[in-house]
Design a protein around this ligand. Structure first.
Ligand code: ATP
Length: 361
């Protein structure tokens, strides 16, 4: 476990990068820090291995306060992976992976055998061991970076945008391989990304930060998708186009719920104050309205986008559900007529199933 308790970081120029941050990264799990540029993700990560010293508060590594640990001993417990891998350019791949074991006095033979195994684990053939970093692709360099971070078998790993410097296809491969490795090794990981898709795909837990290093929300991918804590989180999920990770599968197999529908002014059998669907005279939905005095009031009509039951996908459905006032997406047939609604919990269940299927693929 890595535990932040009331951690603050104010830089010398007065910028508060992290404000009173408390959260726990559970043992053996991946915690992902996400948020817009400048919200303090990297500062948060680098305080864990004390590349940056916090101004106040405490960070525990297991049951040890990192501020009280000898720096060298502490850093040996923490693998560190950065963007562009940060490999030593004048050392071979094998020597890069052996760097920490050599430093801590592991004998050469043992270190090299383990490094070769790790290269295999991250999907690199033996022939790469004697190459130099510049003779590898970006994706291969990232793999070496991961192997190097694992070399001393640290219980903790910090990963700062580890997969961001490679193209989307390679990135997805690296993410899948990383999940496969983590399933065996169960390291306690904190990872930074600005990419919500990556966070949803890799995170057991997601920590959403807003500017000033303020905790906006913490939860599992499903919790955050289902219940964004506020407008900021909802917008961040949307703006980051965070639903790539969701299946583009069609939703035709889901049975819509029969939320009452009425034209404005028409009486309707629904509870007073309930949200119902307002439609035009042809039965095409306009949006949401509340029931007032037993009728579709039309007051404060919330216009809604609709989703085609036959053609729409989970992603459109979740967008529509999150944007609606009551967490429901409105479904229509192929002529735009009202069919029913689907709640975000159904959408999230579908999305999570598809995420889980992807994770275990
Ligand atoms: N050494 C420094 N001195 C002063 N201010 C800094 C320093 N390093 C970072 N900051 C400021 O602290 C805030 C948080 O920066 P940080 O790099 O932690 O954010 P981030 O979320 O990782 O950003 P990005 O996604 O763009 O990498 C920013 O406003 C940044 O300008």
């Amino acid at each position: 476990m890595i535990r932040f308790t009331n951690v603050v970081k104010t830089y010398d120029n007065g910028t508060t990068a992290v404000a009173d941050l408390s959260f726990t990264a559970p043992t053996g799990k991946i915690t992902v820090l996400v948020g817009p540029s400048g919200c303090g993700k990297t500062t948060t990560l680098r305080m864990v291995n004390r590349l940056i010293e916090q101004s106040s508060g405490a960070i525990l590594l297991g049951d040890e306060d990192n501020a009280k640990m000898d720096t060298i001993r502490m850093r040996r417990k923490i693998g560190y992976v950065i963007q562009n891998a940060g490999l030593f350019p004048h050392q071979t791949v094998l020597d890069n992976v052996c760097a920490v074991p050599y430093l801590i006095g592991t004998d050469k033979q043992t270190a090299r055998i383990r490094a070769a195994d790790l290269l295999e684990l991250v999907g690199l053939d033996r022939e790469y061991a004697s190459r130099y970093p510049w003779q590898l692709s970006g994706g291969q360099q990232q793999r070496v970076g991961v192997a190097r971070a694992l070399a001393a078998d640290p219980p903790f790993m910090l990963m700062d945008e580890p997969f961001s410097a490679v193209d989307p296809i390679v990135r997805k491969q690296l993410q899948s391989e990383f999940l496969r490795i983590q399933a065996d090794l169960a390291k306690t990981i904190i990872m930074v990304t600005h990419d919500i898709d990556e966070a949803l795909r890799l995170g057991d837990q997601i920590v959403v930060l807003k500017e000033g290093g303020i905790l906006a929300q913490i939860g599992s991918p499903a919790e955050i998708l289902a219940n964004p804590a506020d407008r900021f989180v909802a917008d961040f999920l949307g703006e980051s186009r965070g639903y790539h990770a969701l299946s583009f599968e069609h939703i035709a197999s889901l049975a819509p719920q029969q939320t009452p529908v009425a034209q404005i002014g028409e009486s309707v059998a629904a509870a007073e104050g309930a949200w119902i669907v307002a439609c035009d005279e042809l039965g095409s939905p306009l949006g949401w309205t509340r029931v007032t005095a037993g009728a579709a009031s039309g007051e404060r009509l919330v216009l809604a986008t609709t989703v085609s039951h036959g053609q729409g996908n989970y992603r459109e459905l979740l967008d529509a559900a999150l944007a609606s006032p009551n967490g429901q997406a409105i479904l229509v047939d192929d002529r735009g007529r009202y069919l029913g609604t689907l709640g975000s919990e159904v959408v999230v269940r579908g999305a999570v199933t598809s995420l889980e299927a992807e994770r275990s693929a």
